[in-house]
Design a protein. Structure first.
Length: 343
């Protein structure tokens, strides 16, 4: 509203300047004509003075308006052309920004920011499609290859069992990936959290740990708990996905015979959840992309996972209007901290 008023004041001031300029020049013309003796004839004086005033006002007003409109409309015309280019799907276009702090300068800067964001979204969409295709294609090709091997009647029983286990594992990988994509899509399209109820958060976290017992017991991982008795108001199913994915990620990136510490406590304003492991840790480049879809720090894909778990985690935290932070050092482990508002 203040910016609109500022623009109106500028336009009023511009018109005022045009009128003052026209009046001053008209007065100078009158002064010249009086000094030349033209106004010495009484009959002609009123007519000539009105004609001169009208002519000078038209010339001065038109000239100043033309210059002013050129300066105002030039960036707007540039913006119109750029908008047409963006509408065709080309987000690389940029407009020349102004150094001033006017409304038009803000409009140009905001357009460039919008085009940059749209370009990032388009790039992210293309990467998502490429990664999605690759992640689905890999297990399908593996299943098809080993299924063909099973058609060999002379295949040894041991090899047959090995190939069957691979097919089962790859099938489970596809199933988990499909389920995670559906969950992520659901949360990304969601704007409001529904079906909220008050429940005991510490008990929910314990249940999630028990649910994943096969995974952490297989690696002989010791789970250290420090959970306060906390009641939270939220969507039980959604927050369950949050804790499961964080714990699963900690297990996946822990060493055999390692340790995982899970803490949860309540402050005046929020509820803080922290999970740490003593695994290999992550470098700075991995930390930058840790929440990207299909991104895996383990490029060899030797560890289980599909790179969607932490994307789900981040989206749930955003929906809950919370915060998430990651700290990690190579060979020193990783710590995830989640803060959720009480209300």
């Amino acid at each position: 509203m203040n910016r609109i008023k500022s623009l109106k004041i500028t336009m009023v001031f511009l018109v005022f300047c045009i009128m003052i300029s026209a009046g001053l020049l008209t007065w100078l013309c009158f002064l010249f004509l009086y000094s030349a003796g033209i106004f010495s004839i009484p009959v002609l004086a009123p007519i000539i003075s009105q004609l001169i005033a009208l002519f000078v006002s038209i010339v001065i007003g038109t000239s100043i308006s033309a210059v002013a409109s050129e300066n105002i409309l030039k960036p707007l015309n540039q913006l119109i052309k750029a908008t047409k280019i963006v509408s065709t799907g080309d987000f690389s276009v940029r407009v020349k920004e102004l150094s001033s702090r006017s409304e038009i300068a803000d409009l140009l800067r905001n357009f460039n920011h919008m085009a940059e964001e749209l370009g990032s979204i388009e790039m992210f969409r293309n990467d998502f499609i490429n990664n999605f295709s690759h992640e689905f294609k890999t297990p399908i090709v593996s299943i098809r290859g080993f299924a063909k091997q099973l058609q060999n009647d002379n295949l040894e029983a041991l090899k047959r069992k090995e190939y069957t286990d691979i097919i089962i594992n790859e099938s489970e990988r596809l199933t988990n990936m499909s389920a995670n994509i559906l969950i992520l899509t659901k949360f990304e399209n969601q704007r409001i959290i529904t079906d909220q109820t008050e429940y005991e958060l510490d008990e929910q976290i314990r249940n999630c740990i028990i649910l994943l017992e096969n995974q952490w017991s297989r690696k002989n991982i010791e789970i250290n708990l420090n959970l306060e008795a906390i009641k939270i108001f939220g969507n039980i199913e959604m927050l369950s996905h949050l804790w499961i994915n964080l714990i699963e990620n900690a297990i996946k990136n822990s060493k055999d015979n390692g340790n995982i510490t899970i803490e949860c406590h309540e402050t005046l304003d929020d509820i803080a959840f922290k999970i740490s492991n003593d695994g290999n840790g992550m470098d700075d480049n991995t930390l930058k992309h840790i929440f990207d879809k299909f991104y895996q720090g383990d490029r060899s894909h030797t560890s289980p996972g599909n790179g969607l778990g932490l994307s789900i985690v981040k989206r749930i935290v955003e929906l809950a209007r919370g915060e998430i932070a990651v700290e990690s050092k190579i060979n020193q482990g990783t710590t995830f901290t989640v803060k959720l508002p009480k209300v």
